[in-house]
Design a protein around this ligand. Structure first.
Ligand SMILES: *Cc1c(COP(=O)(O)O)cnc(C)c1O
Length: 375
């Protein structure tokens, strides 16, 4: 069976976790600090804050951006549900805008049309690793005095106009879930160039504690901590961070390999008229966290029939990215909302297997099976 995805973890990560466990310091401590420093340096951001996952990264970003009850935040419905949930956590309302089916990223015009007096922020997603047009959204946000937050859960190592995602704006959130390109089991990171945000997020992730465990541990004088505001336990552990440091060392290598596979798919499928392939414009570089194709209207086979035939041949595929407004948790509140482009993109997309290391014969099998189904 060819799986849809697989984390690339080796003895190096296992050894790093092993060493950390035996070091006696297993929750947030020196390895977390090292992972943050290295991640900031990798992305080119000034600061990085490690947290328990990308959902908590987004939650803290909403808080420091000042989003609260009564505010609206514009985001795509076609995204993993955590995107919209993070807006709800602070009592604000997700306002769903359309996407462009060529790259599954937010449609600038539709976002502009949805700005109201209540809009506080735009939550821009780099869907399945393909960078969105950050500069265009930055400009739109500045014009209307809105905050821009990037959901880069899938986009570690992707780049936009020559710089890594994470360096372009004030709040960029990453995920290290096993379905992403590098993993720490679960884990997240926020990069920022804003010192005030950085300091506050470090407090918020640890119950608002004025002194962290490590500082207290290393101090030669007794220190008593105070809790400065309502905080959370969103810590990453040192065991996870040790794994993350090893993963980060491989990130560019992993992406180069993923891009090679994506290119092979691209070359093999470009002659099939009834599908839309991912579009990577000049200046944009995807890490290909997923490879998703879109079935155009003239496709003779249904999405489900293709997925079933692939499964029968021993190849897992997944439906395209979900639409949040049609999920049970959101359905009632958004009952009147129609997003024809997003709904169609969700219903007519298929994600194909892509992971490292993927054997040559498995790549060929995916290509051969998929191509013969559509010819
Ligand atoms: C995976 C994902 C998340 C959530 O990440 P976790 O680390 O699992 O919390 C958020 N947004 C998008 C777009 C994602 O793909």
């Amino acid at each position: 069976m060819i799986p849809i995805a697989k984390p690339y973890l080796t003895k190096k990560e296992a050894k790093a976790a092993y060493d950390t466990i035996l070091s006696g310091w297993i929750t947030q401590g020196p390895r977390v600090a090292e992972f943050e420093e290295k991640f900031a340096a990798y992305t080119g951001a000034k600061y990085a804050v490690a947290v328990s996952n990308c959902t908590t990264a987004l939650h803290l970003s909403m808080i420091v951006a000042g989003v609260g009850p009564g505010d609206e935040v514009i985001c795509p419905s076609m995204s993993y549900i955590a995107t919209a949930n993070s807006i709800k956590y602070v009592g604000a309302k997700p306002v769903f805008a359309e996407i462009n089916p060529a790259n599954y990223n937010l449609d600038l015009k539709d976002v502009a049309q949805k700005i109201t007096g209540k809009t506080k922020a735009i939550l821009l997603v780099h869907q399945i690793g393909m960078p969105a047009d950050i500069d265009a959204f930055k400009e739109l946000a500045a014009k209307h005095h809105l905050k821009l937050i990037e959901d880069a859960a899938c986009a570690a190592g992707s780049s936009y106009k020559g710089a890594k995602i994470g360096s372009h704006s004030e709040l960029v959130c990453f995920s290290f879930h096993p379905r992403k390109v590098i993993s720490t089991g679960d884990g997240g990171m926020i990069t920022t160039n804003n010192e005030a945000y950085y300091k506050r997020m470090k407090l918020l992730r640890q119950h608002g504690m004025s002194v962290n465990d490590r500082v207290r541990h290393e101090s030669s004088k007794i220190i008593f901590e105070d809790h400065l505001e309502l905080g959370y336990n969103y810590r990453l552990t040192d065991i996870q961070a040790a794994v993350g440091i090893k993963q980060l060392e491989k990130l560019d290598w992993i992406i180069a390999k993923r891009r090679k596979i994506a290119l092979r798919y691209h070359k093999a499928f470009k002659g099939i008229g009834c599908i839309q392939l991912p579009v990577e414009k000049k200046g944009y570089s995807s890490n290909y966290q997923s490879y998703s194709i879109y079935l155009k209207d003239d496709c003779s086979k249904s999405r489900n029939d293709i997925m079933q035939a692939m499964l029968d041949a021993g190849i897992s595929t997944r439906r395209g990215i979900m639409t949040t407004h049609r999920e049970t948790a959101y359905k009632e509140e958004y009952a009147g909302l129609r997003l024809p482009v997003s709904e169609k993109a969700c219903d007519r997309s298929i994600i194909l297997p892509l992971y490292i290391p993927m054997q040559d014969e498995d790549i060929e099998k995916v290509i051969h099976t998929f191509t013969s189904l559509l010819q």
